[in-house]
Design a protein around this ligand. Structure first.
Ligand SMILES: [Zn+2]
Length: 205
C-alpha cells in the first residue's frame, strides 16, 4: 500500500456512515480509487471503523466463507448503499433535496434492519437488539449510522472537502465551523502547496 493510499483510508468523517462514503477516494478525478473490492474488504473496513466489533467480524467472515454468493450479493448492495448515502449527505451539504431513488435504497435497508430488531429487557434496561446476523448485518449497521446522523442536529455540520478532486465528506465539529479539508495533512497541505506554486509561478513571469 502506498503512503498516499494509507492516507486516504484514514477515518476523518466523524461518523461511520460518512467514513463509509469515503471508501471511494478522489471522486473528482477521472479514475476514483476504490478501497472496497469485495465482501471481505467491506467487513474488514467495518471492523477498523468500529461499525462491527471483533466477534461480529469473525462471525460474518465465517459466514461469507460458507456462502460466498450471498456475500457477493451483499457487497454489491453495499456499494449501492454507499453511493446513495454519498448523494444524500452531499445534498445535505448543498442544502438540496435528496433523490427519491436514493432515499428508497436507504429505506429498504432500514426497514429490513428494523424487521430484525427485537426489544428486550436486560440488566434492568430496555434495548433494541438484532435477532440474527446474516451477511446483510453489516448493511443494517451502516444504515443505522446514516439514520442517526440524518435525524440529528449534526446533519448541519456535514461538509465536503474543499478539494474538488477529493470531495470526501466529514462532520465539521470545529467551534466556528471553519473546517475546510477532510484533513489538513493531506488535502489542506496539498491545496496550500498548489496555491503557493501558482503564486510563485505568476510572480516569476
Ligand atoms: Zn480532502
Amino acid at each position: 500500500m502506498s503512503s498516499e493510499q494509507a492516507q486516504e483510508t484514514k477515518l476523518v468523517g466523524g461518523a461511520p456512515c460518512l467514513d463509509f462514503t469515503n471508501t471511494l477516494s478522489w471522486r473528482g478525478r477521472d479514475a476514483p480509487e476504490e478501497a472496497l473490492h469485495d465482501y471481505r474488504d467491506l467487513i474488514e473496513w467495518s471492523r477498523r471503523s468500529g461499525v462491527l466489533d471483533e466477534a461480529e467480524t469473525e462471525r460474518l467472515r465465517n459466514q461469507a466463507a460458507l456462502s460466498p454468493r450471498h456475500a457477493d450479493a451483499v457487497y454489491i448492495r453495499s456499494i449501492e448503499l454507499r453511493e446513495a448515502l454519498y448523494r444524500i449527505f452531499n445534498t445535505a451539504y448543498e442544502d438540496a433535496e435528496p433523490a427519491e431513488a436514493d432515499l428508497k435504497t436507504l429505506n429498504q435497508i432500514l426497514s429490513e434492519a428494523l424487521s430484525h430488531k427485537t426489544l428486550s429487557k436486560t440488566g434492568g434496561a430496555y434495548t433494541m437488539q438484532y435477532d440474527s446476523e446474516p451477511p446483510e448485518y453489516v448493511l443494517w449497521k451502516l444504515a443505522d449510522s446514516a439514520y442517526e446522523l440524518l435525524t440529528s442536529m449534526d446533519l448541519q455540520r456535514v461538509k465536503r472537502c474543499a478539494s474538488d478532486e477529493c470531495s470526501w465528506l466529514f462532520l465539521d465539529l470545529s467551534r466556528n465551523r471553519s473546517r475546510r479539508w477532510c484533513s489538513m495533512e493531506s488535502c489542506g497541505n496539498r491545496m496550500k502547496a498548489k496555491r503557493h506554486y501558482h503564486r510563485t509561478r505568476d510572480e516569476s513571469k
